[in-house]
Design a binder for this molecule. Structure first.
Ligand code: AMP
Ligand code: GLY
Length: 423
């Protein structure tokens, strides 16, 4: 099979690493890819916003299958255009990607199909939103409706904070994403991420993960795209996974199909495990980054036929086998992230992978033959262990061998799980 992978982050490096191990693979291309992905794929300098160019490349190279990593091309309809050109594609249609592209869309779906989630209202202007906040009180959650790179959510502990967040959204803090606002009840509990494939009819549960969104140790400081993650998430017991499938995933698949937007791709469900059980915080329609890195480390099965079955409506014919080990990833980021940071800082050394640990590239480039950091999140040091404690020790041991002066990481990724394992 000839495969084209779209994307350039740590998620795509992990996907490329795993796809490259498939006996079914003849050739792997990545657009635009990164220097880590280049170990497994031929990089192509395609503008992925130019769908005609992507299709032309796929035709020229007789690509059998395209895997789309990030959400932006999905929300822009790249998967629709590829499929219309007769090219099998992993990733939902533009209409189905609204599950991530519009929080209001997802909340309305939940309301229609009785999927457990926080009570909510949608608003197009500030004053009625503020009125609703005054009635409901705090804590309460204010969300920009559209894609805001993970930054459009304010969990307001006071009414004043909620009112200010509403003003921010409508004043354009998140651009067009904030033209509509969802105000949502605060859910109390422990968060977990659940990954599940769907071909539009059938579901295949993958695995669970927990990430660390805050930049600082002890989960302090501003939100980021994720500073580290581990899998499995201890709170997601088999019973909780079963409830999530029944109460959240299955009604989503049937509801989306009934509404004329069948979902094909991966559900990344952000869950709050409350006293009542699992409730949906949000859907993403692609693998998490860096959650994907720990999932790919744990997946024993060949990934390629599983993704292909998802894209071609034959998910009932495949299974996914997982290592019992825990996997944990530590993100090395540029100093200053998630605020401003220097670009093109040199990375002097990345240690080799071992049986138990590997460094994925997320925001790197080659400049005059030298490896430099170009992004906020730059490297993902990922390791296995018999439990999270061991995986954490191995990941930090490898991270400490990276020579990159402008880099930093959190030192406590996995702390809740490690504390649990001590008991
Ligand atoms: P989201 O971008 O929707 O994942 O939200 C970002 C973060 O805000 C989540 O990971 C939660 O920690 C928090 N959050 C979002 N919605 C709620 C809610 N209804 N109750 C409590 N926390 C929430
Ligand atoms: N790590 C969170 C995300 O990928 O959205």
């Amino acid at each position: 099979m000839k495969v084209l992978l779209i994307g350039s982050g740590g998620r795509e490096h992990a996907l490329a690493w795993k796809i490259a191990q498939s006996p079914l693979l003849d050739e792997l291309y990545a657009a635009p890819g990164n220097p880590g992905i280049a170990d497994h794929a031929t990089l192509v300098a395609l503008d992925v916003e130019d769908h005609a160019a992507v299709i032309a490349f796929a035709r020229e190279k007789t690509i059998d299958f395209v895997v789309v990593g990030p959400e932006a091309p999905l929300v822009a309809g790249l998967a629709d255009d590829l499929r219309a050109a007769g090219i099998a594609t992993f990733g939902p249609s533009k209409a189905a990607a609204q599950l991530e592209g519009s929080k209001g869309f997802t909340k309305d779906l939940c309301a229609r199909y009785d999927i457990p989630t926080g009570a909510y209202q949608r608003f197009k202007t500030a004053e009625p939103a503020k009125q609703y906040v005054r009635e409901q009180g705090a804590p309460i959650v204010i969300k920009a409706d559209g894609l805001a790179a993970g930054k459009g959510v304010t969990v307001a502990m006071s009414k004043a904070e909620a009112l200010a967040a509403i003003d921010d959204c409508f004043d354009g803090a998140f651009g067009a994403a904030g033209a509509e606002v969802v105000v949502e009840a605060f859910l109390d509990g422990e968060e977990a991420s659940f990954f599940c494939l769907s071909d539009g009819k059938t579901a295949l549960a993958l695995a669970t993960a927990q990430d660390h969104k805050r930049v600082g140790d002890g989960d302090t400081g501003p939100n980021t795209g994720g500073m580290g993650a581990y899998s499995p998430a201890p709170v997601m017991t088999p019973a909780m996974v079963e409830r999530t499938m029944k109460e959240i995933i299955e009604p989503t698949i049937s509801g989306m199909a009934k509404d004329g937007n069948p979902f094909s791709g991966v559900f990344f469900a952000g869950l709050m495990i409350t006293a009542k059980g699992p409730e949906l915080i949000e859907y993403n329609v692609r693998f998490g980054d860096p959650e994907c890195q720990v999932l790919m480390m744990r997946l024993k099965s060949d990934l390629l036929p599983i993704l292909y079955a998802t894209a071609t409506g034959t998910l009932d014919k495949v299974e996914a086998e997982w290592r019992d080990d825990a996997a944990l990833t530590v993100v090395l980021a540029s100093k200053g992230y998630p605020g401003a940071y220097d670009k093109n800082t040199p990375i002097a050394h990345i240690p080799d992978a071992s049986e138990e640990a590997k460094v994925f590239h997320a925001g790197t480039a080659l400049k005059d033959g030298r490896l430099v950091a170009t992004g906020g999140r730059v490297l993902n040091v990922t390791a296995f262990g018999k439990n999270v404690t061991e995986a954490q020790a191995r990941a930090y041991a490898l991270a400490d061998k990276v020579e990159w002066e402008n880099g930093f990481c959190r030192r406590d990724i996995g702390w809740q799980a490690v504390a649990r394992e001590k008991v």
